[in-house]
Ligand binder design. Structure first.
Ligand SMILES: [Fe+2]
Length: 301
């Protein structure tokens, strides 16, 4: 039996979210893609149809959190994920994202995993890019499965040196205007250990009365997080499906939906909410279809 980390709340206020999308920025990843793939991409009609998703979007979300103290209302969280530093995401290609994050002036920045694609040499470019962003209450991250394909310890240490506080089965309590907000981070579930022991270790010593946000690379653990009493979970991993065939009445039609019920956007389980970002990088081939890279700006209310 899991003992929730939060106090039960009687008659919680209704939760709701609103969204606006801002088109911004044009990436030039085709020019920088690996040569063989570039030739394929540039020459095929299919690829010409795909290439429009080199524009990224800023998704503005308003997320209503129960238990949020009055003084924390309006707190702005910028999130990017799945940077996948590597052959299809160079240092130069990361910079427009960093510039836009600086312009958004968030209070805190969250990056839930997959900083690199699969090699420790890819840590340096992403660390250099992340050095260019800062936020009054810090930049926080957790590991993703691709960070493990490289070396999660090495990548995390480099990120720490670059100013990213990596939450590896641990938490941090932010003091914002005299009120507290807990950030909890778990290492990639499945690469290291199952959810429960990682989470139990992460919340050791955390007061149950403090509202919390969980960074967990894979979104599959919303049910577990909900049972533990997590208020708000943020994830990446799915890349929004990366190849989206269509969107029908809010449902994303993508092969990735065969493997996960969580693809992009907001989800809820009981009193817990989850936001899954499409991230900014790619896996496999450097192409997104109907699925532009995303910076998320979350305003807590
Ligand atoms: Fe990823």
């Amino acid at each position: 039996m899991r003992e929730p980390i939060v106090e039960p709340v009687k008659n919680p206020e209704p939760e709701s979210s609103t969204t606006t999308v801002e088109n911004k920025g044009r990436r030039d990843f085709l020019r920088h893609s690996a040569a063989g793939v570039s030739i394929f991409v540039a020459s095929s009609p299919l690829a010409r149809a795909m290439s429009f998703d080199d524009e990224f979007e800023v998704e503005h979300k308003t997320v209503r959190l129960r238990r949020l103290p009055e003084k924390l209302k309006g707190t702005k969280i910028a999130m990017i994920s799945d940077i996948h530093s590597g052959p299809y995401m160079s240092h130069q290609e990361m910079l427009p994202f960093m510039k836009r994050i600086r312009e958004l002036k968030p209070d805190v920045v969250l990056i839930p995993g997959d900083f690199v694609d699969r090699d420790i040499a890819q840590a340096d470019p992403v660390c250099e890019a992340l050095r260019t962003i800062e936020a009054p209450y810090g930049v926080y991250g957790c590991t993703g499965n691709h960070d493990y394909y490289a070396d999660a310890d090495y990548v995390s240490n480099e990120l720490q040196n670059a100013g990213v506080r990596m939450l590896r089965n641990e938490h941090a309590v932010l003091d914002i205007k005299g009120e507290q907000l807990a950030l909890i981070g778990v290492d990639d579930i499945g690469s290291e250990q199952p959810f429960d022991p990682a989470f139990r270790q992460a919340v050791q010593g955390l007061k149950r009365s403090i509202p919390n946000i969980l960074l967990c690379h894979k979104p599959y653990y919303l049910d577990d997080a909900s049972e533990w009493g997590v208020d708000f979970m943020v994830s990446g991993h799915t890349h929004g499906g990366q190849f989206v065939l269509a969107r029908v009445l809010g449902t994303v039609i993508t092969p990735a939906a065969l493997f996960s019920g969580y693809i992009e956007g907001l989800y809820r389980r009981d009193r817990s909410q989850l936001y899954v970002t499409r991230g900014i990088g790619t896996v496999g081939i450097p192409v997104r279809l109907n699925c532009p890279p995303e910076i998320t700006l979350i305003t807590l209310v």
